[in-house]
Design a protein around this ligand. Structure first.
Ligand code: PEP
Ligand code: MG
Length: 848
C-alpha cells in the first residue's frame, strides 16, 4: 500500500491547530471551536480536502501512526466534513478498531452484551459500506455470541477472506471508501443540485469513540434549544441508554425525554448534572458560535462527551425567528440576521402552507404559480365560485385556463388550478396579485366543464363539490383536506424586514389594482404603487355592463355617455387608492387589454348580452366577431386603443385628476403618475400627452385647483427600448413591462409558453423560464439599452421594472446593477423583494 509521507496528512484538532472550513470542512472547524470553548470533545484528528482527494486517487496515509496517537485499545469513528453540511457526504462509521482481541478485552471491562453489540455493529457497517456487501447477506437480530459468529462467517463467505483484524487496515479501508463515495457521480450531482461547486472537497474527522454501551450510565442523545418548525425556544431531543451515534433519534423506541415530561422518564430527572451541563454547553454554543446548534452527546459511564454540534435544521419561519432572536440578544448584528434568511424562504411565512408532517395525496402536478395552500370544494366556473362564496364555503376554481371574465370567480375562490398556462399566464398573474395559491399547467389533467369533472393522468375522477387542496408552493393538487400551517406574519417577520429596509438601496413598490391590493401593499410596506392595471376595475358586475355598452356604442356621443357613467366609478377607485397610499406614489396605467376581453365568448353569454343591451343577437354576434383579432396580444390594445378611441383615456385622465383634487390637501398634495402602455413610437406618446395635458387644463379650470402629475411610458416593446432616448423626451419615467417585453423579444406567447417550457428548460434550450427569471442576455440587453438611452436623453428620468420579474431576486440584482430606481411586484412578493434588495446591498458593502 502506497503511503503519503508528508506529516501534514492529518491534523490533531487542538485549539491552535491550522484548521479552516475551506481546507478541512465545517465539521472539523466546528469541533475545533467546541474544543476552544473547553467542551468535553473526545480526541479528534482532521484530514484535509487535499488528503482525502489523494486517498480517493489511490494514495493512503499512515493510519498506523494516526491510530498510535490515540493510544492503545481505542476505537474510533470517522465522519464527513464538507465545507457546507447541506452538501451531504458519506455516513459516519463507528467502532473502527473492533476485532477479536478488542472484543475479548471489552467482555472483561464492559460485559459480554456491550462487547458483542460493538463488534457486530462494526462488522455490519464495514461489510455494507466498505466491502459493499448486501445488507441481507448479514444476520440480523439481537447481538449475541452466535450472531457474532454468524456475521464473521457470512463476511468470510462473501468476501473470501476473514474479517480484517488490523485496526490500521480497517481505518485505511474506511477512509478509502468514504473518499471514493464522495467522488461518485450520484453524490456529485446531488451536492451540485444543492449549490456545491464542481470541485467541492471532502474532509474527514477521526474521533476517539466515547462508548455509549457498557458500564454505568452509558448512552447517547441529541439536544437542541429551539423548535425547528416554529423557531421558538424549547428544549427538544432524545436520550437513549446503551446506544451510539444518532440512535436515540433514528430508533427512538426506548429513548427518554430530555426535560421533565408527564409521558415518561427524562434525562433531567435521571441525570440532573448532565442535563445542566448540556444546557450550559448549549448556551455557550449559541453565544460563541452565534447560531442555534444541535449537540450530539454520549454518556460513558456517567461522563459526558460532546461528539459534534450541527446547525439546527429549520423551517423558513423558524429561520426568521432564530435570526431575529439572536440579533435581539446581541449575539449577531441586525445586518447578519438579514443575511441569514433567504429571500425565497419568505413566501412560506405569508400564506397558509401544507404541513409537511401530515399525509399527502397528490393527484396532479403543475407549475407552482402562486405560493400558499388552501382547501375547498372543487368548482368549475366563476359563477359556481361566486355562489360558493355567497354560501360562505371555501372553493377551489378549476379551469382549463382563465380569462379576464374569471376575475370575479378568482376573487371568490380560495385557490385556482388550471390545465394550461405558464408562470405569467392570466391565472398566474392574477393569483399572485390576490395572494391566492395557484397551480397552472397541471400536466395530464383534463377538465370537462360540461360534466363538471376533472380527470387525472392516471384516471382518477374528481367532481364538483369534492374537497381538494391546492399547494401552490409545491405546484401540486392534493385530494382531500391537507393538514395546514398558519401564516407567520409576526413581530420577528416585521423586525427582520425593518432591518432589511434600513440597508437596501433600490426601491420596492407593489403592483396593486384595487383598494384591497393597495391595503395589502401597505401591510407589506411597499413604497407606493408601481403599477395599477386599471382594466381590472372594470370587471365588477355593474361596471362590466357599462363597459360593454361603451364597446358597442355606435356613435362617439353614445360612447361618451357610457364613459360618463364609468367616470364616477373610476374616480372613486383612484380616490380610494390615493387615500390608502397616504402620500406614497401611485402609478396608474391607462387601459391596456384588447376590448374583446370584455365580451362573452360562448352563445349563452352572447344571448345574455343581447338581452342586456336590447339588441338583436345577430347584431351582437357580428360586433363581437368584428372585434376578434387573429393575434390580440399584438393587436388593438394599449396605446393603440388610446389613439384610435381617445375618449377612454380622456375619461381615465379626468377621473385621475378629479380624484387628485379631491384627495389633496395643501399640506399633502397628491401627485399622480400616469403610465401609457405598449408604446412603440415617440409620436404615440406625443398624441396621448397632448390630450392628457388638455384634460388636466380643463379640470384645473373647472375646479379652480392646481395640481401636478407625472406622465410616463411603459417600455414593453423592443422598439420602445431601442428608441428610449426619443420617448424619454416626453416621459418623466420609464417603467419596463418585462412580461410583454419578454413575450415580444422571444416571440413567445406568455399564455401558451407553459405547454413547452418544461421541455425547453429540461433540455437546456433556456436555462430557466424567461417569464419567471429575467433573461439577462436578450431581454436584459434591451433593458440596459433602454435605461442607458433614456437616461442619456433625460438624466433625471425615473427607471423602474413592473413586470412579474420585479419580485424575483436575480432580476432585482440585474435591475440594481443597471441603476434602476425601483422594482414593482405583486404585494405578496414585496417582502421577498425587500429582503433580496437588502442582501444585495449588504453583500456589496462587505465586498468593498
Ligand atoms: C408587463 O407587460 O410586463 C406588464 C407589467 O403588463 P401586463 O402584465 O399587464 O401586460
Ligand atoms: Mg404588459
Amino acid at each position: 500500500m502506497q503511503k503519503l509521507v508528508d506529516l501534514s496528512d492529518f491534523t490533531p484538532i487542538t485549539p491552535s491547530a491550522p484548521i479552516a472550513v475551506a481546507s478541512h470542512g465545517g465539521r472539523a472547524k466546528c469541533l475545533q471551536r467546541l474544543i476552544r470553548l473547553d467542551m468535553p470533545v473526545p480526541q479528534t484528528v482532521a484530514l484535509s480536502f487535499d488528503t482525502v482527494r489523494a486517498i480517493a486517487g489511490g494514495q493512503m496515509i499512515d493510519t498506523e501512526r494516526l491510530l498510535a496517537g490515540f493510544g492503545p485499545n481505542t476505537l474510533v469513528s470517522v465522519r464527513p466534513s464538507s465545507a457546507d453540511p447541506d452538501w451531504g457526504g458519506p455516513g459516519a462509521i463507528l467502532n473502527i478498531g473492533m476485532n477479536a482481541a478488542m472484543h475479548a478485552a471489552l467482555e472483561v471491562t464492559h460485559g459480554d452484551a456491550a462487547a458483542d453489540a460493538l463488534y457486530l455493529r462494526f462488522i455490519r457497517a464495514y461489510a455494507i459500506h466498505v466491502a459493499r456487501l448486501d445488507a441481507d447477506m448479514l444476520p440480523s437480530g439481537e447481538p449475541s455470541a452466535e450472531a457474532l459468529a454468524a456475521a464473521l462467517a457470512a463476511y468470510e463467505a462473501e468476501t473470501d477472506e476473514p474479517f480484517p483484524q488490523d485496526p490500521a487496515r480497517q481505518l485505511a479501508e474506511v477512509l478509502r471508501s468514504m473518499a471514493r463515495a464522495w467522488e461518485g457521480t450520484t453524490a456529485r450531482l446531488l451536492r451540485q443540485a444543492k449549490g456545491a461547486p464542481a470541485d467541492a472537497g471532502l474532509g474527514l474527522v477521526v474521533q476517539r469513540m466515547a462508548l455509549g454501551l457498557g458500564r454505568g450510565m452509558s448512552g447517547s442523545g441529541v439536544i437542541q434549544f429551539v423548535d425547528g418548525v416554529t423557531g421558538k425556544p424549547q428544549i427538544t431531543g432524545r436520550y437513549r441508554s446503551q446506544s451510539q451515534g444518532r440512535e436515540a433519534v433514528s430508533d427512538a423506541q426506548d429513548a427518554i425525554y430530555l426535560t421533565r415530561d408527564p409521558r415518561g422518564p427524562s434525562l433531567e430527572e435521571e441525570c440532573p448534572e448532565v442535563f445542566a451541563a448540556l444546557k450550559r454547553h448549549g448556551a455557550t454554543c449559541r453565544t460563541h458560535l452565534r447560531e442555534e446548534m444541535q449537540i450530539e452527546f454520549t454518556l460513558e459511564d456517567g461522563t459526558l462527551h460532546i461528539l459534534d454540534a450541527v446547525r439546527v435544521q429549520r423551517s423558513s419561519r423558524a429561520a426568521v425567528r432564530i435570526a431575529v432572536a439572536l440579533a435581539n440578544d446581541g449575539v449577531i448584528s441586525p445586518e447578519a440576521a438579514v443575511l441569514r434568511v433567504e429571500p425565497r424562504a419568505l413566501p412560506e411565512l405569508l400564506h397558509h402552507q401544507v404541513d409537511p408532517s401530515g399525509p399527502r395525496d397528490p393527484f396532479a402536478r403543475g407549475i407552482a404559480a402562486s405560493p400558499g395552500a388552501a382547501t375547498g370544494r372543487l368548482v368549475f366556473s366563476s359563477a359556481a365560485a361566486q355562489a360558493s362564496a355567497a354560501r360562505g364555503e371555501a372553493c377551489i376554481l378549476a379551469r382549463r385556463e382563465t380569462s379576464p371574465e374569471d376575475i370575479r370567480g378568482m376573487h371568490a375562490a380560495s385557490a385556482v388550478l388550471t390545465e394550461r398556462g405558464g408562470i405569467t399566464s392570466h391565472a398566474a398573474v392574477i393569483a399572485r396579485g390576490l395572494g391566492l395559491p395557484c397551480v397552472v399547467g397541471a400536466s395530464g389533467v383534463t377538465i370537462d366543464n360540461r360534466h363538471k369533472t376533472l380527470k387525472t393522468a392516471d384516471g382518477r375522477i374528481f367532481r364538483e363539490g369534492d374537497t381538494v387542496t391546492i399547494d401552490g408552493t409545491a405546484g401540486e393538487a392534493l385530494a382531500g383536506a391537507a393538514k395546514m400551517l398558519e401564516p407567520a406574519l409576526d413581530d420577528a417577520f416585521h423586525a427582520l424586514l425593518g432591518w432589511a429596509d434600513a440597508t437596501r438601496d433600490i426601491g420596492v413598490r407593489a403592483n396593486a389594482d384595487t383598494p384591497a391590493d393597495a391595503r395589502m401593499a401597505r401591510t407589506f410596506a411597499a413604497e407606493g404603487i408601481g403599477l395599477c392595471r386599471t382594466e381590472h376595475m372594470f370587471f365588477e358586475d355593474d361596471r362590466l355592463t357599462v363597459m360593454r355598452e361603451m364597446i358597442f356604442a355606435r356613435t362617439a356621443d353614445d360612447r361618451r355617455a357610457a364613459l360618463e357613467r364609468l367616470l364616477p366609478m373610476q374616480r372613486a377607485d383612484f380616490k380610494a387608492l390615493f387615500e390608502i397610499m397616504a402620500g406614497q406614489p401611485v402609478c396608474i396605467r391607462l387601459f391596456d387589454p384588447p376590448l374583446h376581453e370584455f365580451l362573452p365568448s360562448d352563445r349563452e353569454g352572447l344571448r345574455e348580452l343581447a338581452e342586456a343591451l336590447d339588441l338583436p343577437l345577430s347584431d351582437v354576434t357580428r360586433r363581437v366577431e368584428a372585434l376578434s383579432e387573429f393575434n390580440p396580444m399584438l393587436g388593438l390594445r394599449g396605446v393603440r386603443l388610446g389613439i384610435t378611441i381617445p375618449e377612454i383615456y380622456d375619461m381615465q385622465a379626468r377621473a385621475i385628476f378629479e380624484a387628485t383634487v379631491e384627495s389633496s390637501t395643501t399640506a399633502a398634495p397628491v401627485v399622480p403618475e400616469i403610465m401609457i402602455p405598449l408604446v412603440s413610437a415617440k409620436r404615440e406618446v406625443e398624441l396621448v400627452k397632448t390630450r392628457i395635458d388638455a384634460v388636466a387644463a380643463a379640470v384645473r379650470t373647472r375646479l379652480g385647483r392646481d395640481f401636478d402629475y407625472r406622465l410616463g411610458v411603459m417600455v414593453e416593446t423592443p422598439r420602445a427600448a431601442l428608441r428610449a432616448h426619443e420617448i424619454a423626451q416626453h416621459a418623466a419615467f420609464l417603467s419596463f413591462g418585462t412580461n410583454d417585453l419578454t413575450q415580444m423579444t422571444y416571440g413567445l406567447s406568455r399564455d401558451d409558453a407553459g405547454r413547452f417550457m418544461g421541455a425547453y428548460v429540461s433540455q437546456g434550450v433556456f436555462p430557466e423560464d424567461p417569464f419567471h427569471t429575467l433573461d439577462p442576455d436578450g431581454v436584459g440587453e434591451l433593458l440596459k439599452i433602454g435605461a442607458e438611452r433614456g437616461r442619456r436623453a433625460r438624466p433625471e428620468i425615473t427607471l423602474a421594472v413592473c413586470g412579474e420579474h420585479g419580485g424575483n431576486p436575480e432580476s432585482i440584482a440585474f435591475c440594481r446593477a443597471a441603476g434602476f430606481d425601483y422594482v414593482s411586484c405583486s404585494p405578496f412578493r414585496v417582502p421577498v423583494a425587500r429582503l433580496a434588495a437588502a442582501h444585495l446591498a449588504l453583500r456589496d458593502s462587505t465586498q468593498s
